[in-house]
Design a protein around this ligand. Sequence first.
Ligand code: IPD
Ligand code: CA
Ligand code: CA
Length: 267
Amino acid sequence: MAYSALMRVMVEAARKAGRSLARDFGEVQNLQVSMKGPGDYVSQADRKAEEIIYTELARARPGYSFLMEERGVVEGEDAQHRWIVDPLDGTTNFLHGIPMFAISIALERQGQLTAGLVYNPAMDELYTAERGGGAFMNDRRLRVAGRSKLSDCVIGNGIPHLGRGHHGNALIELRNVMGEVSGIRRMGSAALDLAYVAAGRMDGFWENGLSPWDMAAGILIIREAGGFVSDRDGGAAMLDTGGIVAGNEAIHRALLKQLKKPATAAR
Ligand code: IPD
Ligand code: CA
Ligand code: CA
């Protein structure tokens, strides 16, 4: 695959951090049976991956700003460019030895998403997109699924868990959607969920309470695969509100409608 100079920088950073995560994932699988469990080990793996990505990107593009999950905001001299990075999305999966986790790297130029990458090192699946250039998985061009009826669709979402709020609201939404679709998935990595929508593996996705680093790359990848992405009100404030709804045009619209239904409307 012939990547642009910018995408080559992102791919190199992701592959290097991916090798580190893959090694640590092997160890985590061994630690499952230990009394202490792999918790501390996973935090270290997460920080190590972030360090690699930070070092690689800062070296290749000096002065760019950063928003990273662990390190937070790093103001560079160049405020026009901002990397948005999650070094390990799907931490709970990683901790439990489930190979559904990813690195997510996006670049914003003057507040606009310009490039996005999601990489699952366990499956060696690399999703990339640049604004106006289409979306790819490894070297295959991506297109969102063409299904137009919710009843044929597999829809992904993110169910809140211990320590997260709005459980009641999530149950209402789930009830409103699950009665209309052929399957619901909760895969545990929002970045991969979005990449899977772009790849046509899932027909749609919604979640609330996400952070910019969970979504930024995936949003661009879906758009470049011909999909629709919005916040809960159909607007473009996903990174500010933390809410996201995605799919092809018809499924995106149908999901927005289901999610607006009151609790009593559920069958
Ligand atoms: C989480 C995953 C998960 C989503 C959570 C995120 P993390 O990110 O994307 O699917 O439901 O809201 O926080 O913590 O594994 O980087
Ligand atoms: Ca995340
Ligand atoms: Ca993370």
